[in-house]
Ligand binder design. Structure first.
Ligand SMILES: *Cc1c(COP(=O)(O)O)cnc(C)c1O
Length: 332
């Protein structure tokens, strides 16, 4: 897979480290756990959207975009990283924020990622829960063109999850397999949090393209298992088409689990908060209450229940998000 065929800008500190979670593994007493530090991609505090934005911004610049429009939840890590990537390339950025959880806490609405969006000079527009955010982005693009303010708005979908964005996680799959081969580490399973599906879809396409034969499990932060698997499969297949892969991607390659969502998107469950404190105290690593800690809660539970064999090497991809923690301080 030759990713240099695609437009790309450099945004991340890559490769991100692959590290052992020795103290956590010791505390849980089962499989041997590792962590791929995509919380350390560097841009704006880091996170998984940085890898996707390398290809999305590359495409936006190739198309001579003069303004970026994207959307997410109020505490969106994607909007934060997009605002930073846009300002780095002298492009204004509109961030449309959907109030999915309806919190009345000032910190939830103004601190964390929202504060950072403002520092990166994004124009924020808020919408109530269940707004058709894709329609709102199109509407805004039409308005900006009609007003003569901008000629060529570039819309980045929520989470940067389309085939172009997913190339960032094809790249991550290549990077991780290379690191494992260099370290003679046999990976038995990869686990990560899955939301808008681009991360998992890119990994699935990348691992298939490499014939890596490494099982992958997405721990859902929102959708129910069947719906999530369908979203990921569709996007993985479109990504494979963009890459012109010979290997076909089948439903069997896409596995998600929705056992750790709790009450819903953006609402940390008891085991989410436990995962945050366990990783902080054993490893000095910060997780976030919306994504990575739900993924880690799944990994912790499955490890405790010996769902992986003792001695298996399990890699957790840390997708970032700790910048949302101040927005959740009322939980701690
Ligand atoms: C967006 C996000 C995810 C989910 O990635 P998707 O590609 O949307 O599935 C996971 N973790 C963090 C911290 C995120 O911001």
């Amino acid at each position: 897979m030759h990713l240099s065929r695609f437009n790309r800008v450099s945004l991340g500190h890559l490769p991100t480290p692959l590290q052992p979670l020795s103290r956590l593994s010791g505390a849980l007493g089962g499989a041997t756990l590792w962590i791929k530090r995509d919380d350390c991609t560097g841009l704006a505090g880091g996170g998984n959207k940085t890898r996707k934005l390398e290809f999305l911004m590359g495409d936006a610049l190739a198309q001579k975009a003069d303004v970026i429009i994207t959307q997410g939840a109020v505490q969106s890590n994607h909007v934060r990283q997009t605002a930073a990537a846009a300002t780095l390339h002298n492009l204004p950025c509109y961030g449309l924020l959907e109030d999915r959880i309806g919190s009345t806490e000032d910190n939830a609405n103004e601190n964390g990622n929202v504060l950072l969006d403002k520092l990166f000079n994004a124009t924020l527009i808020r919408f109530p829960a269940a707004t058709d955010m894709n329609a709102e982005m199109e509407k805004l693009a039409t308005q900006l063109r009609a007003s003569g303010k901008y000629k060529n708005p570039y819309i980045i979908p929520g989470g940067g999850s389309n085939p172009i964005g997913a190339l960032g996680y094809v790249n991550a799959a290549m990077e991780l397999v290379q690191q494992a081969n260099d370290a003679q580490l046999k990976i038995d399973c990869i686990v990560h949090a899955t939301g808008s599906a681009g991360t998992q879809a890119g990994l699935v396409a990348g691992l298939c393209g490499l014939n890596a034969h490494i099982p992958l499990l997405g721990v859902s932060v929102r959708a129910e298992k069947t719906a999530q698997e369908k979203n990921v499969l569709q996007l993985a297949q479109k990504t494979a088409t963009l890459l012109q892969l010979n290997n076909s991607i089948e439903a069997a390659h896409v596995v998600a689990n929705s056992d750790y969502v709790g009450e819903g998107y953006g609402i940390p469950a008891k085991d989410t908060l436990e995962a945050i404190s366990l990783l902080a105290t054993t490893e000095g690593i910060l997780l976030d209450p919306v994504y990575s800690a739900k993924g880690m809660a799944g990994l912790i539970d499955m490890t405790r229940k010996q769902k992986f064999a003792k001695g298996d090497n399990i890699v957790f991809i840390h997708t970032g998000g700790a910048q949302a923690l101040p927005g959740y301080m009322h939980y701690f």
